[in-house]
Ligand binder design. Structure first.
Ligand SMILES: Nc1nc2c(c(=O)[nH]1)N[C@H]1C(S)=C(S)[C@@H](COP(=O)(O)O)O[C@H]1N2
Ligand SMILES: [Mo]
Length: 201
C-alpha cells in the first residue's frame, strides 16, 4: 500500500527549518494583488534601470530576453501567512542586468516600479550576488499574468510582497525609500525568519 494518508508532497515530511515562524504551507499558488491585473503585451513591455531620477538603460522585451538566463528553485513566504516550497523560476539575474548596462551597483537601495503603479523597496545587497532575478518563467511556462507576467521581480528570501509583479524598472536610491505597502505599515525589510511583517516588528 502506498496511500497511507499521504495528501501531497508538501505534507508530512517537511523539515521544520523550511517553514518560518507563523507560516503554514499551501499547495496552490494564491494570487494577491492590490488592484486590477494589468495587461501588458510583450511588444509594449520595457524595462528601465535608473540611478536616482536618471534613466541609465532600457531594454525591450526581445532585448531583455537576449540576456543570460538563470534558474532558481526556492521556498516563498507571503506575509498573509502562506508559504510554498520549491517554486521553480527562470529569468535574468539582477547581476546580469548590471553587467549588460556596464554598471557596477550604484547605490545601496533600490525601488522596484511596476505597470500597476505598485512599488517596493529592497536593499542592493538583497538583489545582487545571485539573490534575486527578474523572473520570466514559472514552472517551465511563461509567467502567468495574474502572477506578474510578462515579468516580475523575485526576491525569494524576503516576504513575497517584495517580489513586485508586472515590473518595469529598478531605481537605485541613496536612501531606503518606502514603497506601496511599506508606506501602509509593512516592514521596510521583510525578513520572514525574523517575522518582520509590520513597521515595528
Ligand atoms: N505590481 C504588484 N506587485 C505585487 C503586488 C501588487 O499588488 N502589485 N502584490 C504583492 C503582494 S502583497 C504579494 S503577497 C505578492 C503575491 O504574488 P502572487 O499573486 O504571485 O502570489 O505579489 C506582490 N507583488
Ligand atoms: Mo502580500
Amino acid at each position: 500500500m502506498v496511500t497511507h494518508g499521504f495528501t501531497g508532497r508538501q505534507s508530512g515530511s517537511v523539515p521544520p527549518d523550511r517553514i518560518p515562524p507563523g507560516q503554514h504551507l499551501v499547495e496552490n499558488f494564491p494570487v494577491l494583488t492590490a488592484g486590477p491585473t494589468p495587461r501588458i503585451e510583450s511588444a509594449d513591455w520595457k524595462f528601465t534601470l535608473k540611478v536616482g531620477p536618471r534613466p541609465v538603460k532600457s531594454w525591450s522585451w526581445s532585448e531583455f530576453n537576449g540576456l543570460p538566463r538563470t534558474k532558481m528553485t526556492r521556498d516563498i513566504h507571503c506575509v498573509t501567512s502562506w508559504s510554498k516550497l520549491s517554486t521553480a523560476w527562470e529569468g535574468v539575474a539582477i547581476d546580469d542586468i548590471f553587467a549588460d548596462a556596464g554598471l557596477s551597483p550604484p547605490a545601496p537601495f533600490a525601488l522596484a516600479h511596476c505597470y500597476d503603479g505598485y512599488s517596493t523597496n529592497v536593499p542592493l545587497a538583497d538583489l545582487a550576488m545571485g539573490k534575486a532575478m527578474i523572473a520570466l518563467r514559472y514552472e517551465g511556462q511563461p509567467l502567468p499574468r495574474e502572477h506578474g507576467g510578462p515579468a516580475r521581480l523575485l526576491v525569494p528570501h524576503l516576504y513575497f510582497w517584495k517580489s513586485a509583479k508586472w515590473v518595469n524598472g529598478l531605481q537605485f536610491t541613496e536612501r531606503d525609500e518606502a514603497g506601496f505597502w511599506e508606506l501602509r505599515g509593512y516592514h521596510m525589510y521583510g525578513d520572514p525568519w525574523n517575522e518582520q511583517r509590520y513597521t515595528n516588528d
